[in-house]
Design a protein around this ligand. Sequence first.
Ligand code: 13P
Ligand code: SF4
Length: 301
Amino acid sequence: WLSHEADVAAILELKKKRNAVILAHNYQTPEIFHGVADIVGDSLALARKAAEVDADVIVLAGVHFMAETAKLLNPTKTVLIPDMGAGCSLADSITPEDVALLRQAHPGVPIITYVNTSAAVKAASDICCTSGNAKKVVESLGVPRVIMIPDEYLARNVARETDVEIIAWHGHCEVHELFTAQDIRDLRDAHPGVVVLAHPECPPEVVAEADFAGSTAVMSDYVGINKPARVVLLTECSMSDNVAVDHPEVDFVRPCNLCPHMKRITLANIRKALEENLHEVTVDAELVAPARLAVERMLAI
Ligand code: 13P
Ligand code: SF4
């Protein structure tokens, strides 16, 4: 904790010196989320707020696709990610060539890409979505069929809630795909009355047995509004740690799965990023306009 305190103090100083802001995803550890972040949230909130940032430098405490999205929305600002290796199994599951083949196979069908993708995949798609607005985006297009990439489970979970036909890809989140419906039954047996919240990247049979499903921000809001006596968040481990800080009266049951990509970000490498301007995230010039358009179409909804 002593070294944490030194890192926190140094980061707060460096933020002033460099006119920098830190955007942190809900899966960042509490010392980042509560200790040094200026803006926190789910992927949708981070994209929305990135578009409004008034600073010279943005440090994205999250994974690479989030930093790319921030850069697309702030082309003249310096966007840093403390560890370039912070990837995502969903983003890795699909290439722009795959998207081109999907378009060929389904002519005229719009392609909705989850924000958990590279800028190149966004550029090859028509519009983005996040887990917080996926159903809205699908229904906004006014068509009977859409292609939704790359998360198969998110696509199937949204398909249960809409009449629009959804053609899915076969990507999965390596964190959320590990939860099973049996986990939920075991949790209910072991912790009577527990309210089960699941992220829509979980398999459909998990979402079906949960009490409620939503993005990380929606889960956090659910706890704040409903104040369940006992709750479990079927998602990444830091979520409960961060939400619990604001709700000491709620009993958080904490089986969870760690995201190794999110966990690459630490106070130490955030400090180093600000000290040494590491690692600058850029987007290839020819991808900027089409990828940004896909993000902006989503933000306009
Ligand atoms: P949200 O925060 O948008 O729900 O996304 C979860 C996630 O897995 C981001 O990597
Ligand atoms: Fe990607 Fe899943 Fe990690 Fe989110 S939790 S960054 S979707 S691997």
